[in-house]
Design a protein around this ligand. Structure first.
Ligand SMILES: NC(=O)c1ccc[n+]([C@@H]2O[C@H](COP(=O)([O-])OP(=O)(O)OC[C@H]3O[C@@H](n4cnc5c(N)ncnc54)[C@H](OP(=O)(O)O)[C@@H]3O)[C@@H](O)[C@H]2O)c1
Length: 264
C-alpha cells in the first residue's frame, strides 16, 4: 500500500504536513522518537480524516534508526509514495561553545538522515514512475548564520541536495521539492533556548497550518523551491543576490544571544 512517510511527524510542522497529506486521502507512516506522541497524533489523524495511519518510533540521528524505517515499511507491507524529510533540530550559540554530541546529532539528523532515507526510497519511486520527496530546509539555508552556524549550514546542504536531485529525476514523473520557511510557531526555538532572540521578534512566527498548506499545495503543483508567505518570498529573492559581506553581519545581529536576554 502506498503511504506518505513523514519524519518528525509527532508535532510541529511534521504533524501539520501529515494533516495536509491525510486530507488529500494519502495513508501515512509517521516517524519520530516518542512512541506515545506518535500514537496520539495517529489516532487524531485517523479520526479526523479516515485514512490509515501507521507509526514507527526511531531515532533518525542514528544509522540503525534510518535502516529501521525501511524495515517498518516492509513489515507493514507499505511503500513510500512520498517521503517528507521533516525531522530536524537547531542549535544556537557560538560554534566553539556548542556541545560536540549536540553538533554531531544535528549533522546526523539534519543531513545524514535526509541523505540516507532519500537514497533508500527514491529508487523505488523512480522504478514505479510516481511519487516524490519533500525536504524541509529553511530560509536560513540561503545564508551563513553565525551563532546558529551548523544549523544554517545543514539547511544549505538540504537545499543544494534537493535542487540537484530535482534536476536528476526530471522526466521520471517523480518530483523532489524543498520547503524553506521562515520562523514557525513550534517548540523548535524553545528547545535551543532561542525563543526570545531578536530574529523571532524581527521576523515573527508563521503558523504551522499556514506553512504546511503552502508546502503541500506547491509540492503537488511540482514547484521545486517553496518559500511560504509574501515577505519570506521577497526575503529569499534578496538573500539570493545580496553579497555575504552584508548578509553575514546582519544574520549575526539577528542570531546573537544578548547579555541578559531572558529565554526562560
Ligand atoms: N520552527 C521553525 O521556525 C522552523 C523554521 C524553518 C525550518 N524549520 C524546519 O522544520 C522542520 C520541523 O521543525 P519543527 O519546528 O516542526 O520542529 P519541532 O516542533 O521541534 O518538532 C520536531 C519533530 O522531529 C522529531 N524529532 C526530533 N529529533 C528526532 C530524531 N532524532 N529522530 C526522529 N525524529 C526526531 C520530534 O519528535 P521526537 O522528539 O519525539 O523525536 C518532532 O516530531 C525541521 O527540519 C526544522 O529545521 C523549522
Amino acid at each position: 500500500m502506498p503511504v506518505a512517510l513523514i519524519t518528525g511527524a509527532s508535532e510541529g510542522l511534521g504533524l501539520a504536513l501529515a494533516h495536509e497529506f491525510a486530507r488529500a486521502g494519502h495513508a501515512l507512516l509517521l516517524v519520530a522518537r516518542t512512541g506515545s506522541a506518535l500514537t496520539a497524533a495517529a489516532a487524531e489523524l485517523a479520526r479526523a480524516t479516515g485514512v490509515d495511519v501507521h507509526t514507527h518510533s526511531a531515532d533518525l540521528s542514528t544509522i540503525e534508526g534510518c535502516k529501521s524505517v525501511e524495515c517498518a515499511l516492509n513489515e507493514y507491507g507499505l511503500h513510500a509514495e512520498f517521503l517528507v524529510n521533516n525531522a530536524g533540530i537547531g542549535l544556537s550559540g557560538p560554534f566553539v561553545e556548542n556541545g560536540s554530541d549536540d553538533l554531531m546529532r544535528l549533522a546526523d539528523l539534519n543531513m545524514r538522515a535526509v541523505t540516507d532515507l532519500t537514497h533508500r526510497l527514491l529508487p523505488g519511486m523512480i522504478a514505479r514512475g510516481s511519487g516524490g520527496v519533500l525536504n524541509i530546509a529553511s530560509l536560513g539555508g540561503y545564508l551563513p548564520g553565525p551563532f546558529q552556524a551548523a544549523y544554517y549550514a545543514s539547511k544549505s546542504y538540504v537545499m543544494s541536495l534537493s535542487e540537484a536531485l530535482a534536476y536528476e529525476v526530471a522526466g521520471t514523473n517523480v518530483r523532489v521539492s524543498v520547503f524553506a520557511p521562515g520562523p514557525l510557531a513550534t517548540r523548535f526555538h524553545e528547545r535551543m533556548e532561542s525563543q526570545n532572540d531578536i530574529y523571532i521578534r524581527f521576523m515573527g512566527l508563521m503558523s504551522v497550518e499556514q506553512a504546511a498548506q503552502s508546502a503541500y499545495r506547491n509540492f503537488v503543483r511540482g514547484r521545486m523551491v517553496i518559500v511560504p508567505g509574501f515577505i519570506n518570498y521577497i526575503s529569499a529573492q534578496f538573500l539570493r543576490i545580496l553579497p555575504h559581506t552584508l548578509l553575514v553581519p546582519f544574520a549575526a545581529w539577528l542570531l546573537r544571544r544578548r547579555e541578559g536576554a531572558s529565554n526562560a
